[in-house]
Design a protein around this ligand. Structure first.
Ligand code: SAM
Length: 309
């Protein structure tokens, strides 16, 4: 292991068996079923050209457009509700403290920052890709990071901007309506690249990861959260959340677009990012709280480091 570990925090965060020597964090061979399922998905979702999200003529072999217009349209339709904690983004609001705690611990450990400081991310440049209304960008800025938030939906960016301006600690966030691959073209790099609950909505997850990796400085951090393609996620994230509890508009998620943790590890590895830690988020229906867990069967988050170029 090449990173420094605060053992107490690490025990709290890293699920048992999920460390760099875990089979889960070793990428599957190219001949594995994961590899072929990702390849066929890549062909199905041949990145469409779209006017959404700025000029996207990104047809270069390595950084193709991540836009899936159908997915982006779903978010444009509910953009006004970002900061309604009882609206369609209620699950993200409830999950936010838990995911922020994972990000705080992993980034502090990786960049040797004091996790007990009020502004531990002072000096770090972070990009939040697919930032929506800024639910994550704002706490990152409050913890001292220089934050750029980008999203494919113009309305999201306007709402994020208005909301961030309400607090002097977040008013410095730079929001732009664009995509990761467009920022790559500007040759910008960040200490940490974070993209939460976005990869299941992009045209091609492997291309998207290549863009995220390209935005990350060598030895920098890439963090992704998403939903596992498991039977449990079908029952909870789709049937329960969309049809029984009406937390999300019906059709928000397509189960077949979800990635398993193994698939995410593989495509990040191929993009030049080695996953070091992974954790699950588990919802307690009695308390309404989310906690970090070894259980990655539904929601999970992965922290990786960019290999030297
Ligand atoms: C489920 S929301 C997650 C928002 C935010 N990351 C969070 O977790 O609070 C997904 C967001 O990704 C954005 N999005 C979808 N495809 C995108 C793409 N190709 N590039 C940038 N943003 C995208 C959507 O507009 C939406 O705001």
């Amino acid at each position: 292991m090449t990173w420094w570990i605060h053992r107490g925090l690490r025990r709290a965060l890293v699920p048992r068996g999920l460390n760099s020597s875990s089979p889960l964090l070793r990428p599957p061979a190219a001949s594995s079923p994961y590899f072929s399922s990702l390849q066929s998905r890549s062909q199905e979702n041949a990145a469409p050209e779209s006017g959404i999200g700025g000029s996207t003529s990104s047809k270069t072999a390595s950084f193709r457009s991540s836009l899936n217009p159908t997915e982006v349209a779903k978010f444009a339709a509910i953009a006004e509700t970002w900061w309604d904690s009882q609206g369609p983004f209620k699950p993200l609001h409830l999950m936010n403290p838990t995911r922020v705690s994972f990000i705080r611990s992993t980034l502090c450990r990786h960049f040797r920052k004091d996790p007990f400081s009020v502004r531990p991310f002072e000096g770090l440049k972070i990009i939040d890709v697919g930032c929506g209304g800024g639910i994550l960008s704002e706490p990152l800025a409050r913890m001292g990071a220089t934050v750029t938030g980008i999203d494919a939906v113009e309305k999201n960016i306007k709402i994020a901007d208005i909301h961030a301006a309400l607090d002097p600690l977040t008013s410095s966030i730079e929001y732009h309506c664009t995509t990761a691959e467009e920022v790559v073209k500007e040759n910008k790099k960040f200490d940490a690249v974070i993209s939460l609950e976005v990869i299941e909505h992009v045209a091609d997850p492997a291309d998207f990861c290549k863009s995220l990796a390209a935005l990350t400085v060598p030895k920098g951090a890439t963090i992704i959260s998403t939903i596992n393609r498991s039977m449990r996620s079908y029952a909870t994230a789709i049937i329960a959340a969309e049809y029984l509890l009406n937390w999300l508009p019906k059709g928000t998620h397509q189960w077949s677009r979800f990635l398993t943790p193994e698939e995410l590890v593989l495509i990040l590895e191929r993009a030049g990012v080695s996953v070091q830690e992974m954790a699950g988020f588990v919802y307690n229906p009695l308390t309404g709280d989310w906690t970090l867990s070894d259980d990655t069967s539904v929601n999970f988050i992965a922290f990786g480091t960019k290999r030297n170029e």
